[in-house]
Design a protein around this ligand. Structure first.
Ligand SMILES: *[C@@H]1O[C@H](CO)[C@@H](O)[C@H](O)[C@H]1NC(C)=O
Ligand SMILES: *[C@@H]1O[C@H](CO)[C@@H](O)[C@H](O)[C@H]1NC(C)=O
Ligand SMILES: *[C@@H]1O[C@H](CO)[C@@H](O)[C@H](O)[C@H]1NC(C)=O
Ligand SMILES: *[C@@H]1O[C@H](CO)[C@@H](O)[C@H](O)[C@H]1NC(C)=O
Ligand SMILES: *[C@@H]1O[C@H](CO)[C@@H](O)[C@H](O)[C@H]1NC(C)=O
Ligand SMILES: *[C@@H]1O[C@H](CO)[C@@H](O)[C@H](O)[C@H]1NC(C)=O
Ligand SMILES: *[C@@H]1O[C@H](CO)[C@@H](O)[C@H](O)[C@H]1NC(C)=O
Ligand SMILES: *[C@@H]1O[C@H](CO)[C@@H](O)[C@H](O)[C@H]1NC(C)=O
Length: 503
């Protein structure tokens, strides 16, 4: 039903409880958690969280901050059992590409405890496919909440002291915020907040103990903390996400033992984690306009790049249902999400085949799990099934770069073809380049890669270096792409490599 601006304004409820303190004990609040996602180059999805259901979520917008004369609305205000918030999703359509718009939420909840910008906020729509203007993107993976619920200057028992922040050290969220004018959007293939580690944080003496039954409050509070901290970035920069195992890490049956005490595992498993429920509520990725599936697999163009997000957790296809689905260590039983077993793979093939490289010469793919990595516990961390299903298509359609995380360190590898190093290295290789960067940081820090390194490893920073960071990708033109590792602590660039492709 179409409604006029006046009708929409009349619907707006007077400001709901500002910045409610739902539980002093767990310190939960909501700083709106506004998050943006591209939906092609003429639309933008605006999502946010509120404590109460919003009958008609509305976003007011316009081209100047003083005249938010347009409105977009929806009826999507969703929640799930034990969630403390409703996730609201509105799509603004009919926008111009590569254009700044201002927007505001009438139902707005703003807690100004971190000097958030006041509304109206602004976003820039995506560049049209084929626009060859250079741009940069922040690639962030495996980032936990920072501060008193997560990565900070102290930790519980058993955490390597090398992994905590030094006093005054800038964390990754602060680093991303400090330079947010330098990138267009955040590309984030999985593992958000690490709220599922709430019981580890309690049993290691870092967070106060609760009863297992109260655990959902701690879980929600860690999530809210994370999305609140990101709000100052996510109100202005689109945040394109993929699924990681920590969006579903549950051991759904049996008994789990922590510090010698046995718990009923079904009580530890939070409803938000069951079958990616929280993740499916929180985001609205543009699979609707790219033929993909929910927040699991989708693609989008931005300027000279065709971006693809894959689901490495479920729905692998070709007989593989997902790394933790068949009795892996974590047994994150979830999915399938596709209408049939090979849906993701068939979609990927069709999507890759449809790319016109004269318009978008670059194809960049993200997925949570790596397969080429100098890692000791290969069987639990490396997704060989992912290699089996995805790599042949990457080779056939000349994917330029695969970005992953899951292992909590940084490793830049060579371009590879079925484990064979491309003899041209970065000088116009025919094989895809592989970079894993799971070093954004979370409560218990970084992991170690193996020594000696895999022969294809070209650069690594791991637990021994105690350096958190993220990746900055810069597309210069149709032939040159630069990857940089940015150290969160001081913003310095610790690794730079440029890929040349004739295209
Ligand atoms: C879900 O909500 C119902 C009440 O509607 C409650 O009885 C049940 O225990 C909840 N489930 C979980 C796992 O918390
Ligand atoms: C919290 O619970 C753990 C068991 O999970 C126990 O080892 C620890 O001593 C408890 N801490 C406090 C402060 O009670
Ligand atoms: C754990 O709790 C669930 C739900 O209350 C119950 O169905 C299940 O039987 C319990 N399992 C064990 C091992 O106690
Ligand atoms: C997860 O959700 C999907 C979509 O609703 C459903 O088809 C699937 O059966 C669910 N999987 C599990 C393990 O509950
Ligand atoms: C490998 O996994 C085993 C069992 O989970 C663990 O004890 C060991 O520390 C891990 N090794 C490395 C290098 O991570
Ligand atoms: C990958 O290696 C195989 C085996 O050598 C070769 O046939 C194929 O052409 C290579 N593909 C690319 C894209 O380099
Ligand atoms: C593309 O960008 C690279 C890196 O900035 C530069 O060296 C190269 O000359 C550019 N190519 C063209 C055709 O402008
Ligand atoms: C910045 O941080 C990195 C990583 O901790 C460190 O190696 C480097 O020396 C620092 N640079 C400066 C200028 O302090």
């Amino acid at each position: 039903m179409m409604r006029s601006l006046a009708q929409l304004k009349a619907l707006v409820v007077p400001l709901l409880a500002l910045c409610a303190q739902v539980s002093a004990k767990h310190d939960t609040m909501v700083n709106s958690q506004i998050r943006l996602a591209y939906v092609g180059d003429t639309a933008m999805r605006v999502s946010w969280s509120a404590f109460d259901k919003v009958d008609r979520p509305v976003v007011f917008y316009g081209k100047t901050p003083s005249a938010l004369v347009y409105a977009a609305s929806s009826d999507e205000s969703v929640t799930y059992n034990t969630s403390s918030v409703y996730a609201n999703h509105v799509t603004i359509e009919g926008l111009e590409p590569d254009t700044v718009y201002y927007y505001s939420l009438p139902q707005h909840l703003i807690c100004d405890n971190e000097a958030h910008a006041q509304p109206p906020f602004s976003f820039r729509t995506s560049r049209s496919p084929g626009d060859m203007t250079p741009y940069s993107v922040a690639v962030v993976i495996d980032m936990g909440t920072m501060g008193h619920n997560g990565l900070t200057t102290s930790a519980g028992q058993g955490v390597n002291p090398n992994n905590i922040l030094r006093p005054g050290e800038q964390n990754t969220i602060q680093s991303l915020d400090a330079v947010k004018d330098d990138y267009e959007f955040i590309f984030y293939p999985g593992d958000f907040a690490y709220a599922d580690d709430w019981l580890d944080e309690e049993s290691e003496g870092f967070l106060p103990n609760t009863t297992i039954q109260e655990g959902y409050e701690v879980y929600q509070s860690i999530n809210n903390d994370f999305y609140d901290e990101m709000t100052k970035i996510s109100t202005v920069k689109p945040w394109m996400v993929g699924a990681g195992n920590h969006e579903a890490s549950c051991i759904p049956d049996g008994v789990e033992t922590y510090n010698g005490i046995s718990y009923n595992a079904s009580l530890i498993c939070q409803p938000g984690l069951t079958n990616f429920t929280g993740y499916r509520n929180h985001w609205r990725m543009p699979s609707d306009v790219s033929g993909g599936q929910g927040n699991f697999w989708y693609s989008f163009d931005n300027g000279m790049v065709h971006w693809i997000m894959l689901d490495t957790e479920t729905d692998l296809g070709d007989g593989f249902i997902g790394p933790d689905q068949t009795g892996g260590v974590e047994k994150d039983i979830a999915g399938p999400f596709g209408p049939y077993a090979n849906a993701q793979l068939d979609w990927l093939k069709k999507d890759l085949a449809s790319v016109d490289r004269t318009i978008t010469p670059w194809i960049i793919v993200g997925g949570h799990r790596p397969w080429y990595l100098s890692y000791a516990n290969q069987s639990t961390t490396i997704c060989w099934d992912c290699k089996d299903v995805f790599e042949p298509l990457f080779l056939e359609y000349a994917v330029d770069l695969y970005l992953s995380g899951h292992a909590h360190f940084y490793q830049r590898s060579a371009p590879l073809n079925n484990s064979v190093i491309d003899p041209r290295e970065l000088d116009n290789p025919t094989s895809p380049w592989y970079i894993t960067n799971g070093a954004a940081g979370h409560y218990d820090g970084l992991s170690e890669g193996t020594n000696p390194p895999a022969p294809y490893e070209r650069f690594r920073l791991d637990e021994r270096d105690a350096t958190y960071g993220w990746s900055k990708l810069t597309f210069h033109n149709r032939t040159h792409l630069t990857h940089q590792f940015v150290a969160s602590g001081n913003g310095s660039i610790l690794d730079t490599a440029t890929l040349y492709k004739e295209h």
